[in-house]
Design a protein around this ligand. Structure first.
Ligand SMILES: CC(C)(COP(=O)(O)OP(=O)(O)OC[C@H]1O[C@@H](n2cnc3c(N)ncnc32)[C@H](O)[C@@H]1OP(=O)(O)O)[C@@H](O)C(=O)NCCC(=O)NCCS
Length: 178
């Protein structure tokens, strides 16, 4: 098993991985939605605003994760994690957590200061994310599940409040993902 940043062009393979995983874990409609999201993220995001990491086993991508730029009025170097998928037959073996930890280390070394995500606190707390309120950091769109608004600082113990409104990349600026 190898964890690495994705530099080659594997757009179709990655789209298929996300479509399959979310079809199997949720519904075919969710699979299509998330497959299309990762296609949009790869097509419409400037290279300096996106990181994709993968886990490779026997020359096949078996897990993948995206981080895209999260813009604050204070110009913090911040990224949001979304989405992540581990191939169904490889889930629950620690690969998801290891891939996220690999990515966080890489981003820390590249001077990223703050990470956000929006998801299940029980899972993301295993990789150091903590619940935050919108008084600490505003979400770019309305949160359907405020409990899932999570962050971690890569430069200090706690997440400091961030003034003003926030934005994410174009592909994620759609209420259906929030
Ligand atoms: C969620 C996901 C990325 C986790 O990766 P993974 O390799 O299966 O998880 P790991 O083996 O590293 O971690 C397993 C731990 O996380 C928990 N966990 C796994 N999936 C979870 C989920 N969907 N919700 C809450 N907790 C979850 C397990 O209970 C387990 O906890 P334990 O170690 O205390 O038993 C993966 O299961 C997946 O792709 N699921 C379908 C798609 C999805 O839900 N993506 C996340 C939203 S973007």
């Amino acid at each position: 098993m190898k964890y690495q940043i994705l530099k080659t062009n594997c757009e179709e393979e990655i789209k298929q991985l996300f479509t399959d995983v979310f079809t199997e874990s949720e519904t075919p409609a969710e699979g299509t939605l998330i497959g299309n999201l990762v296609e949009e993220l790869q097509k419409t995001t400037k290279p300096e605003d996106i990181f994709c990491f993968v886990a490779i086993d026997k020359n096949k991508i078996i897990a993948s994760i995206f981080f895209t730029r999260f813009t604050t009025e204070t110009n913090l170097n911040a990224f949001i994690l979304s989405p992540v998928a581990v191939a169904t037959q490889h889930q629950k073996k620690g690969i998801g957590q290891n891939l996220i930890k690999f990515a966080i280390d890489y981003l820390k070394q590249n001077n990223v200061e703050l990470l956000l995500t929006y998801g299940d606190p029980d899972f993301y707390s295993k990789v150091s994310f903590k619940n935050i309120s919108e008084e600490i950091i505003k979400a770019p769109l309305k949160l359907t599940y405020p409990n899932g608004w999570l962050a971690q600082s890569l430069i200090s113990e706690n997440v400091s409040p961030v003034n003003g409104s926030t934005m994410c990349v174009k592909a994620l600026m759609d209420q259906k993902y929030w």
